[in-house]
Design a protein around this ligand. Structure first.
Ligand code: SAH
Length: 277
């Protein structure tokens, strides 16, 4: 049996050099916050709410800066989107959300490490322009689907497909709290319970397809649902896996290259994924 922890994607661990604490009552920011004069208990409560939110956003920003510092995130647009989508809203409570590491999310699944999210966004950036269509197979927590939706904007379509109904339900709750909530409400962002190996034909063809679980081979429906000029980023392999970049040229021909070695949970049937639980 392969445990979720052992297959968690972690090809490269980049430690955060200086991880800020989300809240510290001795920090200077707290003192400046206190100086805003808290006249009533209710007023105090709302100020505290804002303070907590601010702390999370600062930590998320520090994580993105860390990825920029190490050259994982190069594009301004990718950095902006990762700053807006607070990873802390997608990581199950009790886990350190702003550490560059994958985390277990239950059901033998993980949320990928931030550097893998950053790398996939970078690889797909040219295919995530305003108005484009993007499919996220194995959308898990919904974090990357949210980033994709922010990249393609309200004129585009971002669709997540995940085969564990409980993960789809919790990802929708996460998305509702995130900066991508208006896109979910307006319908340019959606998440569905389905077998992602079949893609999502309703919104095909796609400019970008991301697969968040490792396939033994690239599923043909995903190639069929890719637009000419489009790109798939997919981990391929079993024990040894490569992150493959699949480009469909204007004439429909396909080129495949390997970006790097990775470890992801398998793209499989629901029964065999849950069997290992
Ligand atoms: N990008 C997600 C990754 C989650 S892990 C995140 O960072 O949150 C991979 C996900 O793929 C798991 O949630 C798993 O349930 C899902 N998965 C595996 N096989 C699948 C399949 N055939 N169809 C849909 N989802 C699948």
């Amino acid at each position: 049996m392969i445990s979720a922890a052992s297959v968690a994607c972690s090809y490269r661990h980049i430690p955060l050099p200086h991880k800020k604490k989300s809240i510290s009552f001795t920090s200077s920011s707290h003192h400046s916050f206190c100086s805003l004069s808290l006249s009533s208990g209710l007023h105090h409560f709302f100020k505290m709410e804002r303070f907590w939110t601010r702390g999370a956003l600062d930590e998320n920003k520090a994580l993105v800066e860390h990825l920029q510092h190490y050259g994982v995130v190069k594009s301004r647009k990718v950095a902006e989107v990762m700053e807006k989508i607070d990873r802390g809203l997608f990581v199950p409570e009790g886990n350190p959300a702003y550490v560059d590491s994958p985390m277990q999310i239950g059901y033998n699944a993980t949320i990928s490490a931030p550097h893998m999210h950053g790398m996939c966004l970078e690889l797909l950036e040219e295919h995530l322009k305003s108005g484009m269509h993007v499919l996220d197979v194995g959308s898990g927590t919904g974090y990357l689907t949210a980033c994709f939706a922010m990249m393609v904007g309200p004129q585009g379509r971002a669709v997540g497909v995940e085969h564990i109904p409980e993960l789809v339900a919790s990802s929708i709750e996460n998305l509702k709290k995130s900066a991508a909530a208006p896109l979910l409400k307006e319908g340019s962002l959606s998440v569905h319970v389905a077998d992602g190996r079949l893609g999502w034909p309703e919104l095909a063809p796609y400019d970008a397809i991301h697969v968040g679980a490792a396939a033994s081979e690239i599923p043909q429906p995903l190639i069929d649902q890719l637009k000419p000029g489009g790109r798939i980023v997919i981990p391929v392999g079993n024990i040894f896996q490569d992150l493959q970049v699949v480009d469909k040229k204007a004439d429909g021909s396909i080129s495949v290259r390997s970006e790097t070695s990775v470890r992801y949970v398998p793209l499989t049937s629901r029964a065999s994924q849950l069997h290992d639980n």
